[in-house]
Design a protein around this ligand. Structure first.
Ligand SMILES: Cc1ncc(COP(=O)(O)O)c(C=O)c1O
Length: 398
């Protein structure tokens, strides 16, 4: 039986609050950086125990300008090395290449799917500058271990938290422990604004540099159109007017509009509901699918961690069963995605050659894993249908 509507991997949960805020933007006539962007940044930073948030047009843009700012601040050179997990969305490592730095992969833990801290030290060289831990699928990395290694080897940390927000682990909010942490609000993420990204930091110098990088490399004296309104002397007004068209580094055009910020603000204001629904959905799915543990590795949450369940990852014990099961689910209107394959992608095979044997856990997930949705649009009926569909498949294909 096919489900009457698609059970997708993501959903845009638009309530009256989002509509109210977007209409306020439209009525105001102000589409560029203004009070909604400022409020969204402020609340998002506070929700993650950070001082500054910088809004951009994507998680990738945020990561790219974050690494550019770190490279500039600490005088890193082209070709210096950045450690990245061998399983992540391709943007994590692309932004390293885009910053003319060298990607050094580290294998993942086969249970959490996050970077394995025990494998990091072996790849550190005199040229290593930073680690990018990626909090994949909604589960934070083991930051205690990663921070200890970073401290020992004097490395900086850029957290890729594009798939995880608002949850805590090891007593800290996700994204609150590195030098910068970046988030995505793209479709199917936890807070959805269509396109969008945020980078959080406690370092005001990095925050200003990131703002400049995503605003054409502009002088930080004039980063938004109100900056000339907050002055009380003609001398300082002249400073601003004079430097309004002053570009002090090569930057990008990665700004976002007030409409994305309005959508984000409405969702951060009901943040608990966003995460709690996902946790409940995941618990029900795990409950129902547990009896298939002979065939499936279901997501687990280590003690002391919270999982935001941006999606519900499943790893099959038998690789040969993965694609037939995916087709069985898709034919019944249950949408699936591979678990962010990276090292086997055509472009990466061209760049790095075949890395599968060097990163067996990432390779295993590439061949055995996929995910389904876990969001608010999936209710009791959809969860039951998903569970029954899995059971039906394995009753016929044991
Ligand atoms: C781990 C990870 N990093 C980076 C990104 C890039 O975010 P965006 O699509 O907003 O550019 C994504 C997006 O899916 C992601 O999953």
């Amino acid at each position: 039986m096919k489900y009457p509507v698609q059970i997708g991997v993501g959903c845009a949960d638009i309530t009256d609050l989002e509509k109210k805020y977007v209409n306020e933007v439209l009525d105001s006539g102000r589409l560029s950086y203004g009070k909604f962007s400022q409020a969204f940044e402020g609340k998002f930073a506070a929700a993650h125990d950070r001082k500054f948030a910088v809004l951009s047009n994507s998680g990738t843009s945020s990561l790219q300008v974050a690494l550019a700012a770190m490279k500039e601040k600490w005088n890193w050179s082209d070709g210096d090395e950045v450690i990245v997990p061998a399983l992540t969305f391709i943007a994590t490592s692309n932004i390293v290449l885009q910053n003319n730095m060298k990607v050094v992969f580290v294998d993942i833990d086969p249970i959490t799917y996050n970077i394995d801290p025990l494998k990091i030290e072996a790849v550190i060289t005199a040229k290593t500058r930073a680690i990018i831990p990626v909090h994949l699928f909604g589960l934070p990395c083991d930051m205690d271990a990663i921070l200890e290694i970073a401290k020992k080897h004097n490395l900086k940390i850029l957290e890729d938290s594009c798939e995880t927000m608002l949850v805590s682990a090891q007593g800290h909010k996700v994204g609150s422990r590195g030098d910068i942490a970046c988030f995505s609000t793209y479709m199917a993420h936890l807070i959805v604004t269509g396109v969008g990204g945020l980078s959080l930091t406690n370092d005001d110098e990095l925050a200003i540099m990131m703002k400049s990088y995503l605003n054409h490399g502009r002088d930080s004296i004039y980063l938004k159109i109100d900056d000339d309104k907050n002055t009380n002397s003609s001398e300082s007004l002249f400073q601003i007017v004079d430097r309004r068209f002053s570009f002090i580094r090569m930057g990008y055009s990665y700004r976002v509009t007030e409409m994305e910020a309005a959508l984000g603000l409405a969702q951060i204001e009901r943040k608990d509901e966003v995460i709690e629904t996902r946790k409940k959905n995941a618990a029900k799915m795990t409950d129902g699918l547990n009896e298939l543990e002979k065939y499936l590795q279901l997501p687990s949450t280590p003690d002391g961690y919270e999982h935001a369940f941006m999606m519900y990852p499943i790893v099959l014990k038998n690789a040969a069963a993965r694609d037939p099961l995916i087709i069985f689910l898709e034919e019944r209107n249950i949408e699936t995605r591979y678990m962010v394959p990276l090292i086997n992608q055509p472009y990466y095979l061209d760049l790095f050659g075949d890395l599968a044997a060097q990163f067996p856990n990432a390779d295993y997930v590439n061949k055995h894993g996929f995910y389904i949705g876990c969001h608010k649009g999936i209710g009791e009926a959809e969860i039951n249908f998903i569970i029954e569909t899995f059971k039906e498949y394995f009753s016929k294909n044991a």
